[in-house]
Design a protein around this ligand. Structure first.
Ligand code: E4P
Length: 223
């Protein structure tokens, strides 16, 4: 399973990319807006293009950039503009009627699409039939309403295998490290997670105390 960062923050991407384990990045309008707001800037087409290109340079892998249009033709136009920014851009579309129409058209042009906001196996099936390269079920948001995000992911992965659909599953809306393990065990192709969860994946108190002990013992008799 590949590991993606779910962020639009350049420092976070730079840091995790340096670990050598980052395969891609996903963004969404909320994450992009947060970055511009933190800099006290309004989003302009030029500013957005520059920011997405910078993410692509750091990520060195697929970068999902989401459209904000809600009508199919406008989504296609926006998707084409996003895809033209960098070869690694994947156009992210919401799983709606308009999103499906736009997905079909963009996929026919050879543009990779990530269908987002997926909360049922049938939505994933529709997205795959529309030619999506990726589907993104939101585990955490399902768990948030006391349903089972893991069960949603299990159904989607199994359905894609049985139906032999050419689409990758991105386990999204990851809230904690257990979600990552669960996604890997259930056969997700990718897990996309916030920076904080990425950091948590590595942390273990026994690793820290173990290393401390090794260093203390070494100090006692080192040359
Ligand atoms: C997926 O690509 C989304 O950006 C993301 O995982 C949403 O997660 P959230 O529920 O933490 O906002």
């Amino acid at each position: 399973m590949e590991l993606y960062l779910d962020t639009a923050n350049l420092e976070e991407i730079r840091e995790i990319a340096a670990w050598g384990v980052l395969s891609g990045v996903t963004t969404n309008p909320t994450l992009v807006a947060k970055e511009f707001a933190a800099r006290g800037e309004r989003i302009t087409p030029e500013g957005l293009a520059q920011h997405l290109k910078a993410i692509c340079e750091l990520a060195q892998g697929p970068v999902s950039a989401e459209v904000t249009a809600l009508e199919a033709s406008a989504m296609v136009e926006e998707g084409r503009r996003l895809a033209a920014l960098h070869p690694n851009i994947v156009v992210k579309l919401p799983t709606t009627e308009e999103g499906l129409k736009a997905c079909k058209r963009l996929a026919a042009e050879g543009i990779k699409v990530n269908m987002t906001l997926i909360f049922s196996a049938n939505q994933a099936l529709l997205a795959a039939r529309a030619g999506a390269a990726y589907v993104s079920p939101f585990l955490g948001r399902v768990d948030d309403i006391s349903w089972d995000g893991g069960e949603l992911l299990r159904e989607i992965v199994e359905m894609i295998q049985i139906q032999d659909l050419p689409v990758k599953v991105i386990a999204a809306s990851i809230r904690h490290p257990r979600h990552v393990t669960e996604a890997a065990l259930l056969g997700a192709d990718i897990a996309t997670m916030p920076y904080a969860v990425f950091k948590q994946l590595l942390k273990h108190p026994l690793t820290e105390t173990g290393l401390k002990r090794f260093m203390e013992d070494w100090e006692k008799v080192k040359p």
